[in-house]
Design a protein around this ligand. Sequence first.
Ligand SMILES: Nc1ncnc2c1ncn2[C@@H]1O[C@H](COP(=O)(O)OP(=O)(O)O)[C@@H](O)[C@H]1O
Ligand SMILES: CC(C)(COP(=O)(O)O)[C@@H](O)C(=O)NCCC(=O)O
Ligand SMILES: [K+]
Length: 243
Amino acid sequence: MNLVIDIGNTVAKVAVFDGVSLLEVAYDSNRNLEHLSDIYSKYHFEKAIVATVIDLSEQVLAQLALLPIPVLWLNETTPLPVVNLYETPRTLGYDRMAAVVAANEQFPGKDILVIDAGTCITYEFVDAEGRYHGGNISPGMQMRFRALHQFTGRLPLVQREGRELPMGKDTETAIRAGVLKGMEYEISGYIVAMKHKYPELLVFLTGGDDFSFDTNLKSIIFADRFLVLKGLNRILNYNNDKI
Ligand SMILES: Nc1ncnc2c1ncn2[C@@H]1O[C@H](COP(=O)(O)OP(=O)(O)O)[C@@H](O)[C@H]1O
Ligand SMILES: CC(C)(COP(=O)(O)O)[C@@H](O)C(=O)NCCC(=O)O
Ligand SMILES: [K+]
């Protein structure tokens, strides 16, 4: 079994894979992997992979150091099943690469746009020859709600759940629609622009933020909440003989 750990800016994900099958996922705070010991004792693991986009707390480092199996720390030196054309591989967030690796595994000969809506929204492009060209980073949903509150004198902190209108009729609905429609139009805009350039383009959507689209683009999107974990598992298997 493979132990796959993805530590994001908001949530840490701990997953169990048997070959390519995902058996279980646990969600933890990124400051303390509380579920790790329980999961570890339930299965027989051979190896692990860790990807992080934050500097880890002493606690998480200590929890990972206790693992009695080989651990692959994903970074710019890790051999990958796609070509990395990012100009600064040392500064790349490897959760982004993992999502690309999983999408490319499902559709090897295709141009793919991968959209990951987590703390940030990231847009990644991998071409039909398996070359990762890079992509863009923009604020995630919670960040948008919080930024509007934090950087103004009068705007409240609005929650995702509540009355949704196409155009706001009061401060709360104006902010909610502004954030949600802003994300929707941003995402649709990327898809339309990239489809224009790459007519055969496939689109994957992943990340913790589920949101619904009303557009006809919905039908061309593959939604997969576990894309990053699946990509990390593929990278771990790809490096089987090296760890
Ligand atoms: N149970 C949950 N705990 C925390 N965030 C959640 C939860 N369910 C959904 N979310 C949403 O998912 C986002 C985190 O998504 P994720 O892709 O895991 O982010 P990251 O990889 O940046 O940590 C949060 O910003 C939040 O809006
Ligand atoms: C862009 C990100 C903040 C996204 O993180 P996430 O939303 O998954 O927590 C992360 O991938 C990161 O810190 N990247 C480093 C900069 C770069 O990729 O170039
Ligand atoms: K993200």
